[in-house]
Design a protein around this ligand. Structure first.
Ligand code: ATP
Length: 240
């Protein structure tokens, strides 16, 4: 039993021109969960997150937050509803300081005092960002840039975070640190949909998992069960 559904994707298709990237994808993220979406390169993981956050439009199917369709909302409206996307590749803004990057993240927050509190929370979670707050963000290491990307998303006060491969390109020690922070955010009440190529890692963190292949969900289940499933181990965890 997974509790109350917070975000649901039902029978969603997505196209890039004539290329079909998603074929009837359905998945649920329940309140308080970390759900992971696993799959190989080009399987449709990033596209799934982009359809949720409004960056890619879906023709068929629906996307609902707390039972209300968000499928036709603009990306900034979806962010205002508390669904925040941390894209692959971090997208930090060069030429701006770490602090300016964080403040730009809070464009949905009009209340200045609230922005200040959020900034303090982000600095508490990522002390290195506080230390480097006046530096140009492009001088941060890869791991620090990932922290900045997550910090910027947190400035919105998200209730749902969509994380696209937060471990990519990071040294093992930083991967552990990022995973610890994801767990902490989840324990503090944030619902998380985590896209990962590192299935072993993601299944340790997540409560529930979906496997996508060629634009379609092939498999789903409790993360603990998939970790033990020999066919999953062979197909998806063999090389991880
Ligand atoms: P990766 O781990 O490599 O990022 P992914 O599982 O996130 O892979 P997607 O990026 O969602 O996969 O891509 C799904 C399919 O859509 C792939 O066939 C990909 O080539 C195609 N695709 C993705 N973005 C575009 C685009 N902007 N234009 C055309 N095709 C695209």
């Amino acid at each position: 039993s997974r509790g109350e559904v917070r975000l649901s994707i039902t029978d969603v298709d997505a196209f890039y021109g004539r290329i079909q990237a998603l074929r009837g994808v359905s998945l649920d993220v329940c309140r308080g969960e970390i759900v992971t979406l696993l799959g190989s390169n080009g399987a449709g993981k990033s596209t799934t997150l982009k359809t949720i956050s409004g960056l890619v439009r879906t023709s068929r199917g629906d996307i609902q937050l707390e039972g209300q369709s968000i499928k036709r909302l603009a990306a900034h409206q979806i962010a205002r509803r508390g669904v925040v996307h941390v894209p692959e590749g971090r997208r930090i803004l060069r030429g701006l300081s770490v602090r300016e990057n964080l403040e730009l993240g809070a464009f949905t927050v009009r209340d200045g005092a609230l922005r200040g509190r959020r900034l303090a929370e982000v600095y508490a979670l990522f002390p290195i960002l506080h230390e480097r707050r006046h530096q140009d963000a492009s001088l941060l290491s890869g791991g620090q840039q990932q922290m900045l990307a997550m910090g910027r998303a947190l400035m919105h006060g998200p209730s749902v975070m969509l994380l696209d491969e937060p471990s990519m390109g990071l040294a093992p020690k930083l991967v552990t640190e990022i995973m610890r922070i994801i767990r902490r955010l989840n324990e503090a009440g944030t619902t998380i949909l985590l896209v990962e190529q590192n299935a072993r890692l993601a299944l340790r963190l997540a409560h529930y998992a979906y496997v996508i292949e060629n634009g379609a969900i092939r498999l789903q289940g409790e993360a603990a069960r998939l970790r033990e499933d020999a066919s999953v181990v062979k197909a998806y965890l063999g090389l991880a």
